[in-house]
Design a protein around this ligand. Structure first.
Ligand code: IMP
Length: 180
C-alpha cells in the first residue's frame, strides 16, 4: 500500500488531475476556435500560472508565442497585501498582437486589474483573460474572465502551481490545506 508523503498529510484533493486536464482540453479548444487562423501571444503570470500555462498551450492548436510576467500581491501570507510587485516584464512587444493573459487564480481581482491596465497601454490587437480558478465571493475589482476553468468558494487552495508560502506548487492536483 502506498503511503502519503508526510508533507501532504494536511492536504485533501479538491480538484483531481483528471478533472483539471479535461477542463483544460475544453478551454484549449475554445481558444483555438476563437482565434482560428491567427497567432496568439500567451502571457503566463508567474509564479502560480506556470503549470496551467504549460498544459493549456499544448491544447491550443494555433501558433503560440509564450511570454511570462512576474507579479505578486501576497508576500508569504494568505491575504492580499493590496500592493502589486512586477518582478518580471515581457521580452517582446505585444503591439498589434492577440494576447491571452493566463492567471492561476483571480481572488480580489487586483492583480488582473493592474496587469490589464498595464498591457492595454502597450496597444495589443486584442486582450483576453484566462484563469484556472476564480473566487467570486472575494471579488473587489470586477474584471471579465474570458476563459475560466473552475469557480471555487472562499477557501485557500494549493497545488497545480498555487502555493502556500512557496510550498505545494508541484502537486498535479488542486488541494485544500487543512492547517497544522
Ligand atoms: P488577487 O490579486 O487578489 O486577485 O489575487 C491573485 C493572486 O493571489 C493569485 O495570482 C495567487 O497568486 C494568489 N492567491 C489568491 N488566492 C489564493 C489561494 O487560494 N491559493 C494560493 N494563492 C492564492
Amino acid at each position: 500500500m502506498s503511503t502519503i508523503p508526510s508533507h501532504l498529510k494536511n492536504v485533501d484533493v479538491f480538484i483531481s488531475e483528471e478533472k483539471i486536464q479535461s477542463r483544460i482540453s475544453q478551454l484549449g479548444q475554445e481558444i483555438t476556435n476563437d482565434f482560428a487562423g491567427e497567432e496568439i501571444v500567451v502571457i503566463g503570470v508567474l509564479n502560480g500560472a506556470f503549470m496551467f500555462c504549460a498544459d493549456l498551450i499544448r491544447q491550443i492548436k494555433l501558433p503560440v508565442h509564450l511570454e511570462f510576467m512576474g507579479a505578486s500581491s501576497y508576500g508569504d501570507g494568505t491575504e492580499s497585501s493590496g500592493q502589486l510587485d512586477i518582478t518580471l516584464d515581457l521580452k517582446k512587444s505585444i503591439e498589434g498582437k492577440n494576447v491571452v493573459v493566463v492567471e492561476d487564480i483571480v481572488d480580489t481581482g487586483l492583480t488582473l486589474k493592474y496587469l490589464l491596465a498595464d498591457l492595454k497601454n502597450r496597444s495589443p490587437k486584442s486582450l483576453k483573460t484566462c484563469s484556472l480558478l476564480h473566487k467570486p465571493s472575494k471579488t473587489q475589482h470586477h474584471i471579465p474572465i474570458n476563459y475560466l476553468a473552475f469557480e471555487v468558494e472562499d477557501q485557500f487552495v494549493i497545488g497545480y502551481g498555487l502555493d502556500l508560502a512557496g510550498k505545494y506548487r508541484e502537486l498535479p492536483f488542486i488541494g485544500l490545506y487543512r492547517g497544522e
